[in-house]
Design a protein around this ligand. Structure first.
Ligand code: HEC
Length: 245
């Protein structure tokens, strides 16, 4: 629980730094202020390392969600597209500013060529809408927007339905199939899952589990024992057959 939260926090700090420092860099470029441009560029660089480092760690480390949770979602590819455009727009500014950093370190004077500030300003200004797209698509994605939504099961009087809808449905989906087992265990199509006895499944729910599909986070510190039992009872009643005796 702690590691995914920390990595997620680093990712958000990275985004905040990139937002702040790329805006400051824009102002510095407009003033044609070399020192301020360099300073903001350094902040932007550290922010980008956090943003990309923590982002790829989350993605490929499957800290919170299976990889398919992202790759099956068109909104994820929108976010990646916006990031790719940001990186492409960064090429020219880095081509100019990196040698500046080196000259500063060697205590040599910096003589910008005509038009360099104006060109960098235009490219860096175009990055801002990309950052906005990245943030909005990230917020949407974390709530499952963009993933195909199967039809909801009939309303149930079981208390576990609410727990399932709030905590389990983003991965296991409303039809319990977890996108045919790509996102999460498919309770309907893979009867082997619900054939396991309650104590095994409750331990998976409480402590989390990693298998061929990916990783399910641990729910033990988020849901009470009663809520976990209710969710399982709802899953069994809605998607499966009664437990083996
Ligand atoms: C972040 C995505 C995600 C969420 C949210 C999620 N699960 Fe899972 N769940 C998985 C994955 C992935 C698996 C299968 C792991 C594997 O076998 O590869 C799984 C498997 C299971 C299993 C089978 C465990 C076993 O031992 O075979 C049960 C039961 C289960 N989930 C219940 C729940 C319940 C209840 C909730 C809500 C409280 C929930 N899941 C929320 C991803 C998720």
């Amino acid at each position: 629980m702690i590691l995914p939260a920390l990595v997620s926090a680093l990712h958000v700090i990275g985004i905040a730094m990139v937002c702040t420092f790329s805006t400051l860099r824009l102002f510095a470029l407009r003033r044609k202020d070399i020192a301020a441009t360099q300073l903001a560029d350094n902040g932007n660089g550290i922010g980008s390392i956090l943003l990309f480092g923590a982002g790829f760690w989350r993605l490929f480390g499957e800290l919170e969600k299976p990889l398919a949770f992202y790759t099956e979602n068109p909104v994820f590819w929108l976010k990646m597209g916006a990031l790719a455009v940001m990186v492409a727009l960064e090429m020219y500014p880095q081509y100019v500013v990196l040698p500046w950093h080196i000259r500063t370190a060697r205590k040599k004077p910096i003589e910008p060529k005509p038009g360099q500030f104006e060109r960098m300003f235009k490219l860096c200004a175009l990055q801002l809408p990309c950052i906005a797209i990245v943030i909005v698509s990230a917020a949407f994605m974390s709530r499952g927007v963009g993933l195909p939504t199967p039809p909801a099961p009939p309303p149930s009087s079981l208390p576990g339905q609410g727990v399932y809808a709030t905590y389990c449905q983003t991965c296991h989906q409303a039809d319990g199939r977890g996108m045919n087992g790509k996102l999460a265990g498919d309770f309907v199509g893979n009867p082997a899952i619900l054939a396991k006895p309650d104590d095994v499944l409750l331990s998976s729910i409480s402590r989390g589990t990693t298998g061929t599909i990916g990783t399910m986070p641990a729910w033990g510190s988020i849901l009470s024992i009663a809520q976990q039992r209710d969710a399982l009872a709802y899953i069994r009643a809605t998607f499966g057959k009664p437990p083996p005796p």
